[in-house]
Design a protein around this ligand. Structure first.
Ligand code: GDP
Ligand code: MG
Length: 458
């Protein structure tokens, strides 16, 4: 019976894909569609995330009864508000990702591009199941738009030519690229076994076509196949640090995604800092006040006594100045447990911050997640790495790189992702001629470096 069913939490969903393929527009459209269905409950705004409740999904998916069960057993879907694989990298958890499911956005007029492949590699390495949102179908030649309609209804109304053009991009571009990457994929309406085939859902973030199908497939897939993972435990919270921020009047706070359990005011929390694990006490838990627009200036926050998974919450506490984005966060129930967790967390950083090859590049990044993503990308390019760490580029880094440059000029460099180059480092680099490559998009950073290396060879 219903009462014997374990309670499920909201699946945590991230949006990834190449720049300009429509990630932000898609999230905006999902939010505005949910808000428009407000008699059913609208959306709930969290820190760094939005929740679309189950009743809204059920209402929007009414015309798609065959695709999802009428009654959802998940309480809704939690969407991480900021798209992109750099941020996704921070949702780390031992043995995988805090994200339960991903939407890989692909522009149907462009097909797979650089960051689509990067995203796919990350999803694969973190074992995160995903579907593909084939976006911008309003730009398919001959397509007639039916705003906000489910795709399956809009599709039936299209001309034979428009249908053919759609099939051509879905199969000729997207399904083909996925199969080259080792994934079998198909249009979601034709899939028999969703555990073996990646679903492709055609959408338009502009007209809203396909949004009901997207939500229905997300809800249906996650509640059917991720039940175990989504079982909610009443115990102490587990989470992941998305961002570390300085807020006037509050000091340094962390924005965290809680994927299990409960966190309360006064709880002891353990997380990683740049100089080792931090054990501190929750001073307050902050959530956006209901009905406030996250993007409007002067968002009001309210302090709440407790938050349960899945949730995005801002945590104020002392001692968070060098908290590390990408770190795990745990609530400890005793001082001994806090110490135990701290030791485990120390290992989490050690795995990444390493002394690697004798001769290799030096890597600096702003978060644990981006450091890991960058190291993975370099591994794929067979670029040896001498050392990797979180933090700004220091004079020491430059001295280390200039030593390497003596053995191999092409490797005596620093790759800096979204961090500052300290003035002394800059001076030392100018003096010794060490190249510092700096960017906040991984593939741009790698392009800069590989192009320079090619020129050096000539
Ligand atoms: P992001 O970089 O992946 O976040 O992409 P954006 O959401 O910023 O979208 C990039 C551009 O594509 C913007 O000019 C959007 O207006 C446009 N765009 C996004 N989705 C659609 C769509 O479904 N149809 C059309 N025609 N344009 C879109
Ligand atoms: Mg964007």
């Amino acid at each position: 019976t219903q009462s014997q069913q374990p309670k499920l939490r909201q699946p945590i969903v991230v949006v990834l894909g190449h720049v300009d393929h429509g990630k932000t527009s898609l999230l905006d459209k999902i939010r505005s569609t949910a808000v428009a269905a407000k008699e059913a409950g609208g959306i709930t705004q969290h820190i760094g995330a939005s929740i679309v409740p189950a009743d809204v999904i059920e209402k929007l998916a009414e015309p798609l009864r065959k695709l999802i069960p009428i009654k959802l057993s998940i309480p809704g879907l939690l969407f991480i508000d900021t798209p992109g694989h750099e941020l996704f990298s921070n949702l780390r958890k031992r043995g995988g990702s805090v994200a339960d499911f991903a939407i890989l956005v692909v522009d149907v007029t462009k097909g797979f591009q650089n960051q689509t492949y990067e995203s796919l590699d990350l999803l694969r390495s973190r074992k995160v199941p995903f579907l593909v949102a084939a976006n911008k179908i309003d730009r398919i030649p001959g397509w007639t738009s039916y705003p906000d309609e489910p795709f399956i209804i809009s599709y039936e109304r299209q001309s034979e030519e428009a249908k053919r053009n759609l099939e051509e991009v879905i199969y000729g571009k997207i399904v083909l690229s996925l199969s080259e990457q080792g994934f079998s994929a198909d249009l979601f309406t034709r899939i028999k076994d969703f555990t073996k085939t990646v679903a492709v859902v055609p959408v338009s973030a502009k007209t809203g076509e396909g949004i009901p199908d997207l939500l229905a497939v997300l809800a249906g897939l996650t509640q059917q196949y991720l039940k175990k993972r989504l079982q909610y435990a009443e115990g102490p919270a587990k989470g992941s640090i998305l961002e570390v921020k300085e807020i006037p009047g509050l000091g340094t706070v962390v924005d965290a995604i809680i994927y299990d359990g409960v966190i309360k005011e006064g709880d002891t929390i353990v997380l990683n800092g740049k100089n080792g694990p931090i054990i501190t006490t929750v001073r307050s838990l902050l959530m956006p006040a209901p009905l406030s627009d996250m993007r409007a200036k002067g968002v009001k926050f309210v302090s709440v006594p407790e938050v349960q998974a899945a949730a995005g919450v801002r945590i104020a506490a002392s001692g968070l100045d060098d908290a590390l984005a990408g770190s795990s966060l745990y609530v400890a129930t005793s001082p001994d447990e806090a110490k135990e967790i701290a030791e485990k967390l120390r290992g989490e950083v050690k795995e990444l911050i390493f002394k690697g090859d004798n001769v290799g590049v030096i890597v600096k990044a702003d978060t644990l997640g981006t450091l890991e993503a960058l190291l993975e990308a370099l591994r794929r390019l067979n670029v040896p790495v001498k050392s990797a760490d979180v933090g700004n580029v220091s004079k020491n880094d430059v001295l280390e790189a200039s030593l390497t440059a003596k053995a191999d000029k092409s490797l005596g460099v620093i790759l800096a992702f979204n961090v500052k180059v300290l003035p002394e480092a800059e001076q030392e680099a100018a003096r010794s001629g060490v190249k510092i490559f700096s960017d906040n998009i991984i593939y741009h950073l790698l392009d800069q470096y590989t192009e320079w290396r090619e020129r050096l060879k000539e």
